[in-house]
Design a protein around this ligand. Structure first.
Ligand SMILES: Nc1ncnc2c1ncn2[C@@H]1O[C@H](COP(=O)(O)OP(=O)(O)O)[C@@H](O)[C@H]1O
Ligand SMILES: [Mg+2]
Ligand SMILES: [Zn+2]
Length: 678
């Protein structure tokens, strides 16, 4: 049929197309589902008539109208009654032959039909848009119906009543106008489509019709077919600008599967994956392939490995328990935190690197944004965009105040809820989190606890499965090794330690492993519960509050499951449990819990002060108050001597505590060297 397009009416061609059995059936079933549109696979049109398909892409506006007319005509044959009822059939195209890259859209595609992929980052609520506006002439009462197009509501220039013909005034009559559901989205390039080192671009998309609005939420990966439109923004009082802005008028939208779209491994790759999994040294091999140019930090790389693979999420009838892990690195400046995070974002499926502030107004969770026209829209933040992936959040302590509140839910329930400005929504954020933070005082103070060292509330800290401290302490031996390592990188321009597994295979390995859902073996269960109970009872005996909570037990399970997953095993062995315990112990010790003496104290995490320190602070304060009664204000040196002599508290310790009390504002320096209680 090619070549006949100029002589044969395109509508006639579409009618022939719709007489195919498949589409006749679709059309005859429209009434049952109450649909007013049919979905057409573009590939089938291409197979039917290549030139028709090409024309459809070239001049979509006219040709979609031809298709719509033809579908409606066919509906008249299949189901005349329903045809009378709905007046019009919309044809929605899916599956264009090729995807257009969002960043390549330009003047060439204006007015053309394209298909683009991306992530929905912003969405307005569904709003009624007027299609046919009724205007009553205030002079003669005639109702004028004006079909609407474009951005602004158009009133009739003059009254259409032959007896009137005057230019108004008119009033809009809502009851007699017809409306259609509409929604605006903002689509952003997917990270996997980004050229290296580029920031993602966005495109505004307009959805019209109840069948395509409200299908996608912020954070969803979608494929949209639509017509590229351009409009000239106007400057009030000057006129329209010569440079146009592109947007997409959507014809169809498809929400993609929730799993990251990594290609399934080829048979050769699968063979490599299975061989690697059988290697008894698989854990070490994978750890060594994580940021090989960063020296040391084996325990942190081990944690990152578990984070990449994750534990198993459990959905019970009443609750869900997350499988994804959260880890936090607190450390001195220049300890390669940012480097590690950036590396992980690169190798993780659906990895995302961001700073605590976030790269958009939505920050880490989500935000309701007021658009230029005054309407509200919901924008997804980093944790929503990295749904089912890993979010690497650098300088997390600098997050927005709104995120400090919302992140609790995101870290534990893996959702982000918003109720603001008329928008009520819950977005998914099933995201593993690798965060970094700088010490509040510039350097990590080992004598202070984690909570004192970092400006994050305990409620957030306790949601991390693992916390590690990176300290930059001069040490001749390790400094020499590290400088040799770094200098070697600079000399060779490559890492002295090669990654054993390259990034692409690693990503595939991780995706492959995620399909496995290991369960705890009896031995593993026994080992974990022994450890947990020992800690609980030990802290009980000490008379101190609970140190280890159910949260840590869940973390242990996640780590052990992740370790089994790394080796593609269905069962979590005692060995996996043991490794989880070792890593957890290390983390607990780093945050200041003394495991060797079992002197655990949740107060460390809660108030940032272990009980013994609190007792000493109490002594210092009471002595200070007593001395103050006698002398009005207390000489610092005298206070220190008093405590040393009468209470055997070393001078250095008293000094440190005075400093702390000053910082808290419990006491103040009345005059150089003289203290007073606030
Ligand atoms: N252990 C290490 N191995 C290799 N390079 C390191 C190491 N520690 C620090 N560096 C180097 O020091 C620089 C600072 O690292 P960066 O990630 O910016 O630190 P941070 O974010 O912790 O302040 C980087 O160039 C990094 O490669
Ligand atoms: Mg940094
Ligand atoms: Zn009139």
């Amino acid at each position: 049929m090619a070549g006949e397009i100029t002589t044969i009416d395109p509508q006639e061609l579409f009618l022939q197309f719709f007489k195919k059995e498949k589409y006749r059936q679709k059309i005859s079933q429209m009434a049952i589902s109450g649909r007013e549109s049919i979905t057409v696979d573009f590939e089938e049109i291409f197979g039917f008539d290549q030139r028709l398909a090409e024309k459809l892409m070239e001049k979509p506006e006219g040709f979609l109208q031809h298709a719509s007319n033809a579908a409606y005509a066919q509906l008249g044959i299949e189901d005349a009654e329903y045809a009378r009822k709905i007046e019009k059939v919309t044809v929605r195209m899916v599956n264009l032959l090729g995807k257009e890259q969002l960043r390549k859209l330009g003047s060439k595609q204006m007015g053309k039909l394209v298909m683009v992929d991306g992530i929905v980052v912003r969405a307005t609520p569904v709003r009624p848009m007027v299609m046919n506006a009724a205007f009553r002439c205030k002079r003669c009462g005639t109702v004028n119906l004006i079909e609407q197009s474009g951005q602004f509501l158009k009133a009739p220039p003059v009254c259409t009543s032959p007896d009137c013909g005057r230019d108004g005034p008119f009033e809009f009559v809502q009851d007699e106008s017809t409306f259609i559901d509409s929604q605006d989205l903002r689509l952003q390039e997917k990270p996997e489509d980004l050229p290296p080192g580029q920031l993602p671009r966005t495109l505004n998309v307009k959805l019209v019709g109840s069948e395509i609005v409200d299908l996608a939420r912020p954070g969803d990966h979608v494929s949209i077919v639509g017509i590229v439109q351009a409009f000239a923004p106007s400057r009030p009082g000057i006129g329209k600008l010569r440079v146009f802005i592109l947007h997409l008028d959507a014809n169809s939208i498809q929400v993609m599967g929730k799993e990251p779209e990594t290609r399934p491994p080829s048979p050769e790759e699968e063979e490599k994956i299975l061989a690697l999994a059988k290697d008894p040294k698989v854990h070490k091999k994978i750890m060594d392939s994580i940021a090989p140019s960063i020296y040391g930090y084996t325990h942190i790389k081990e944690a990152i490995m578990y984070l990449l693979f994750g534990g198993v999420s459990k959905t019970l009838p009443d609750i869900t328990v997350r499988g994804e892990m959260n880890a936090l690195l607190i450390g001195d400046p220049g300890t390669a935190k940012s480097q590690l995070l950036q590396y992980v974002a690169k190798i993780a499926p659906r990895g995302l690197y961001t700073s605590g502030r976030g790269t958009t107004a939505a920050g880490l969770t989500a935000a309701v944004i007021r658009e230029k026209g005054g309407s509200m829209s919901l924008e997804a933040g980093a944790l929503v965009l990295a749904d089912k992936g890993i979010a690497c959040i650098d300088e997390m302590d600098k997050m927005r105040p709104e995120d400090r509140v919302a992140i609790h839910e995101a870290m534990e329930q893996h959702t982000v809820s918003v109720a603001k400005g008329g928008i009520v929504a819950t977005l998914n954020a099933r995201t593993a989190m690798l965060a970094a933070a700088n010490p509040a005082l510039g350097r990590y103070e080992p004598h202070r606890t984690v909570a004192e060292n970092i400006s994050l509330p305990v409620t957030i800290l306790s949601r991390f499965d693992l916390i590690f401290v990176l300290r930059d302490v001069p040490n001749r031996d390790s400094d020499a090794k590290m400088s040799k390592h770094i200098l070697e990188i600079h000399r060779r321009g490559s890492s002295p330690v090669e990654a054993q597994i390259e990034a692409d295979l690693m990503r595939k390995y991780v995706s492959y492993a995620k399909a496995i859902k290991p369960v705890l073996s009896k031995d593993a269960l026994k080992r974990l519960s022994e450890f947990y109970l020992a800690m609980r009872s030990a802290s009980e005996a000490e008379g101190s509050p609970v140190a280890i909570t159910a949260r840590q037990l869940e973390s242990l399970v996640r780590i052990a499951e992740a370790r089994a997953r790394v080796a593609l095993k269905n069962k979590v062995s005692a060995e996996d449990a043991e490794a989880a315990i070792t890593l957890m112990k290390r983390s607990l010790e780093e945050v200041g819990i003394d495991l060797s003496s079992y002197k655990m104290d949740i107060d460390i995490i809660m108030t940032g002060k272990p009980k013994s320190i609190r007792d000493k602070l109490q002594i210092i304060l009471s002595i200070l108050i007593e001395m103050e009664k006698e002398t009005g204000m207390v000489e610092k040196a005298a206070l220190i001597s008093e405590l040393e002599e009468k209470h055997k508290i070393p001078r250095a310790e008293t000094e440190r505590m005075i400093w702390q009390l000053l910082r808290e504002g419990t006491i103040y320096e009345h005059r150089e060297g003289y203290l007073k209680k606030t």
